[in-house]
Write a protein that binds this ligand. Structure first.
Ligand code: GCU
Length: 403
């Protein structure tokens, strides 16, 4: 069963339609040679060799991505506050406590609001780790009618994650900004622009969604039940692109999970396979800042590439996942990008992804950077979630633990 964190058919069809007139390559033998920029090359041509030097380089790279692709990331709005609207202590047949929470993105209750749906497991002693992500269809608050609510809950990964001892916090992405070129007019880019001193054209929709994930984290950090050192940001497809940007900016996220994030996400832009920068900018002109259009059919001119964005997650845990039939997202480009990012992890003495593409199907590889190629289509399946849980169990230490 497909989770509603993944809304597949229609979206892909839309982009394909738009791509109709544009060149897309799905033949591996036609991929042209390309040269990736090195994450270690500083603006003055030196090579980073130490963690200390990397920290400076990291800031430089982050700015490259802000200026050329995703826009500037504002902070939390002053006066942000929360209201718990309802609590069900017997959710998922008693396995979870479910809360519907209004996150007010400003000082008054008239401020723009994001509705967060939070599930915390009841069987875990101590603080719990939590997956944070936006969803395409679970619009909290859930229906009051028990049978409808069960159907709504069944569409999410809630039961699976709760059984594994993880909490889940999610909001509908449309609460922040509608996914269309006019979305900014009614979304937080307009409603928050004044107090945050950032203009709508300085950031774009993916940045807004990323920002929203950090605001969910702000709320989680106020909860004594949550392990603040084990908050994981996760996203599928376009939300995977946003989750990557959220994780790069917000180092409070202990782990970043990118499920089929594709072009503009984990996949290398310079590798001409599947979706291209030009298609992204044409089908979804609102996702990126205007400067990103300079690289339409000209990825080689980018001063950066996506493996460098993955590198910015180091030394935190990073998981990149692809699906074998998802050529549009370029699974090999996602794999190579994750592998390349491992060079920065190596600076910290941590291991990334080794081997060549394709790795064994349906098998998780890599230590601090994880990767799998699931058999099947662009989607987010129980198999994917189970790998993320296992990877988090391996990589994230509970607060207060001594190992
Ligand atoms: C389209 C788009 C992708 C995106 C996907 C999704 O296919 O071209 O870049 O990842 O939609 O969000 O499902």
């Amino acid at each position: 069963m497909a989770f509603s964190w993944a809304r597949v058919g229609l979206l892909v069809a839309g982009a394909l339609l738009c791509a109709g007139a544009q060149k897309t390559n799905k033949d591996e033998s036609k991929v042209q040679p390309y040269t990736l920029p090195s994450a270690f090359t500083t603006p003055d041509g030196k090579t980073v060799r130490t963690v200390k030097q990397w920290q400076k380089q990291r800031a430089y790279l982050l700015k490259l991505f802000a200026d050329n692709e995703y826009g500037r990331m504002p902070g939390a709005p002053a006066g942000m506050h929360y209201r718990v609207d309802s609590v069900d202590r017997n959710a998922l047949d008693g396995a979870a406590v479910r809360s519907d929470v209004s996150v007010f993105l400003g000082p008054s209750d008239g401020a723009p609001v994001m509705h967060v749906l939070l599930y915390l497991p009841t069987h875990v002693a101590g603080k719990v780790p939590v997956f944070v992500g936006l969803n395409f269809a679970v619009v909290p608050p859930l229906s009051a009618d028990a049978a409808t609510r069960k159907r709504e809950e069944d569409r999410g990964p809630f039961a699976q994650l709760i059984a594994a001892g993880y909490g889940v916090a999610t909001a509908w992405y449309g609460d922040l900004e509608a996914d269309n070129p006019d979305g900014w007019k009614t979304g937080v880019r307009s409603t928050l622009a004044g107090p945050l001193h950032i203009q709508p054209q300085e950031w774009a929709t993916l940045g807004v969604w990323a920002w929203g994930m950090s605001r969910i984290q702000d709320y989680l950090l106020t909860l004594p039940e949550v392990d603040t050192h084990r908050i994981i940001v996760v996203g599928h497809s376009r939300i995977g692109k946003a989750a990557l940007w959220a994780g790069a900016n917000d180092i409070r996220f202990a782990m970043v999970v990118l499920n089929d994030s594709g072009e503009g996400g984990a996949a290398l832009a310079r590798r001409d396979f599947g979706e291209t920068t030009q298609i992204l900018n044409t089908a979804f002109p609102h996702w990126f800042v205007a400067r990103f259009r300079d690289f339409n059919n000209n990825a080689a001119a980018m001063p950066m590439d996506q493996h460098e964005l993955l590198s910015l997650i180091a030394p935190r845990a990073l998981y990149v996942a692809s699906a074998s039939d998802d050529w549009w997202s370029d699974p090999k480009g996602e794999f190579l990008s994750a592998q390349e990012a491992g060079k920065v992890y190596a600076l910290y003495g941590l291991k990334g992804v080794t081997g060549s593409f394709p790795p064994p199907l349906d098998t998780s590889i890599g230590d601090h950077v994880g990767y799998h190629l699931r058999t099947g289509q662009h989607d987010m399946m129980p198999f994917d979630w189970s790998q993320y849980v296992a990877f988090a169990n391996r990589n994230l230490k509970p607060t207060g633990s001594i190992h």
